[in-house]
Write a protein that binds this ligand. Structure first.
Ligand code: FES
Length: 106
């Protein structure tokens, strides 16, 4: 069963940024890009560093250490050296406009 945890309002997160949260015992990286909100495990599968410190792209998040870019939809690394997918979590946005509430489902 999915547990939904509110993490903030839409206008708390600028487009092109990532933020780390601890939710239900999981390290989660919430990302807002030009396609909306995404949530993935906040640990690169190559070196276990925080992905929230990486670079947000239109399609993924790029690890700051060695540059693997992970899909925000599937979690699969699109570029080496990482070869293992990261976990992808659900995100919902309830309400209208900048004050809509963003929640992550674990
Ligand atoms: S630690 Fe992330 S790509 Fe190496």
């Amino acid at each position: 069963m999915t547990t939904w945890t509110p993490v903030g309002k839409v206008n708390d997160f600028a487009i092109g940024t990532a933020k780390a949260f601890e939710l239900e015992g999981e390290a989660v990286c919430l990302i807002r890009n030009s396609n909306g909100f995404h949530a993935v495990a906040d640990a690169c599968t190559h070196g276990a560093v925080s992905l929230s410190e990486g670079t947000v792209t239109d399609e993924g998040i790029e690890c700051f250490l060695h540059g693997s870019e992970f899909s925000l939809v599937t979690g699969v690394p699109k570029t080496p050296p990482a070869t293992t997918a990261i976990e992808v979590f659900k995100v919902q946005v309830e309400g209208d406009g900048d004050n809509a509430v963003v929640s992550v489902g674990i």
